[in-house]
Ligand binder design. Structure first.
Ligand SMILES: Cc1ncc(COP(=O)(O)O)c(C=O)c1O
Length: 380
């Protein structure tokens, strides 16, 4: 056994800090434990059992009994691309709502796939205004779909998705939801809200390593996909559905360890008392972090009522750089996240609430943050 080699690599990658990252986040120990299992064929019966069970549990978690839930060997961006290539006609128009860097990403994906993006921008820190969305849809009746970043990871804003979804449906448009940093941390009612595509990534609120994307799709998406040419092979949704239904698997090799890990988390949620209890845990973490930050005298970027349950973006005090706070916290054993996006990179820093974090860790992190802010404020 080349134990020394493993040790060498371990020394490089082992995180020496408590993680409050934007993702990948600290994984639950139970997840890491199952991921050590020896690999075998993804066409074997053992894999099929877990695949089927994971889909069943996700359907219930996402309240997508009518929707098709699929697993993808990619990160979340893969499904972002799939939504456009499978359900928007070539050169078709998409209304992209933008409240931060990941809305910008969706617009890029639309354009890079030869479709037209009508961009509807809101001030950083604000959510999508339902009335403005309604007006935009009246002004652009020819858009085929609307994209919404459920939780904008760069600003820590959670969009009022049920309200926005209602408007999109009143205009009879497709609704694509980027839930990468929301899925697992904020509620999703796929059927009830009339969502057409929603996707998440394993490395966020489920507390699983990166490499697995999770998507739910409406029947309408498959009907459109059958008629659209040049949707590519790797993210061909009808092909994924066929493999899901006939083989309890995916067209290409899935990230099996991540799927086993996700299955463990979904069972942990059940054991904890169900989705509501789990989401409450995220709300409690978020409240504790927000209150702690405000108590230190810092201001949040997110407007009130739209604060994210999974990540908090905080303004650095006047004269202090966000990256200095990030670095000082690193020196004290806490890995937060830097500000994200050109305009707010240095003005803010972020605290992730996702994955394996205890309430004691939060308290300790906040105590250290208070000292760091005092020290840096004195130095300026
Ligand atoms: C809101 C949002 N959308 C999309 C992405 C991209 O996800 P992935 O890196 O899993 O492709 C991220 C990543 O942080 C995100 O936070």
């Amino acid at each position: 056994m080349y134990e020394d080699i493993v040790k060498e690599v371990y020394e490089i990658v082992y995180p020496r800090r408590k993680l409050f990252t934007a993702g990948p986040v600290a994984c639950f120990p139970e997840v890491l434990e199952i991921m050590k299992v020896q690999m075998f064929s993804h066409r074997a019966e053992e894999y099929k059992i877990i695949h089927r069970d994971t889909i069943k549990r996700l359907k219930s978690f996402l309240e997508a009994e009518k929707g098709e839930v699929l697993l993808f060997p990619s990160s979340g961006s893969g499904i972002m691309e799939a939504s456009i290539r499978n359900a928007v006609s070539l050169k078709g128009k998409v209304l992209v709502t933008i409240i931060g860097a990941f809305g910008e990403r969706y617009a890029e994906v639309v354009k890079e796939n030869g479709r037209e993006a009508i961009e509807l921008r809101f001030e950083l820190g604000k959510a999508v205004d339902p009335d403005v969305l309604d007006d935009a849809l009246k002004k652009h009746p020819d858009v085929e779909a609307v994209t919404i970043t459920y939780n904008e990871t760069s600003t820590g804003v959670l969009n009022p998705l049920p309200e926005l979804a209602k408007i999109v449906k009143e205009h009879d448009k497709l609704l694509f939801v980027d839930a990468v940093s929301a899925m697992g941390g904020a509620d999703i009612k796929f059927d009830e809200w009339g969502i057409d595509v929603v996707f998440g990534s394993s490395q966020k609120a489920f507390g699983v390593p990166p490499g697995l994307a999770i998507g739910a799709f409406s029947e309408r998406v498959f009907e459109l996909a059958e008629k659209i040419s040049e949707k590519g092979w790797y993210f061909n949704l009808p092909l994924y559905r066929k493999f899901n239904e006939t083989k309890d698997g995916t067209p290409s090799t899935p990230p099996m360890p991540q799927i086993f890990g996700l299955n463990v988390v979904l069972r942990m949620i059940e054991r904890m008392g169900g989705k509501e209890k789990w989401l409450n845990m995220y709300q409690e973490r978020a409240k504790m972090i927000r209150n702690g930050v405000k108590d230190i005298g810092l201001k949040l970027l997110a407007e009130p009522r739209h604060e994210s349950p999974t990540i908090t973006a905080v303004f650095a005090p006047e004269g202090v750089k966000g990256s200095d706070i990030y670095n000082a916290m690193r020196d004290r054993g806490f890995e937060l996240a830097k500000g994200y996006g050109e305009k707010i990179k240095e003005k803010t820093f972020r605290i992730g609430h996702m994955g394996h974090i205890t309430f004691e860790d939060i308290k300790e992190m906040l105590d250290n943050l208070r000292e760091v802010i005092n020290e840096l404020s004195k130095r300026k």
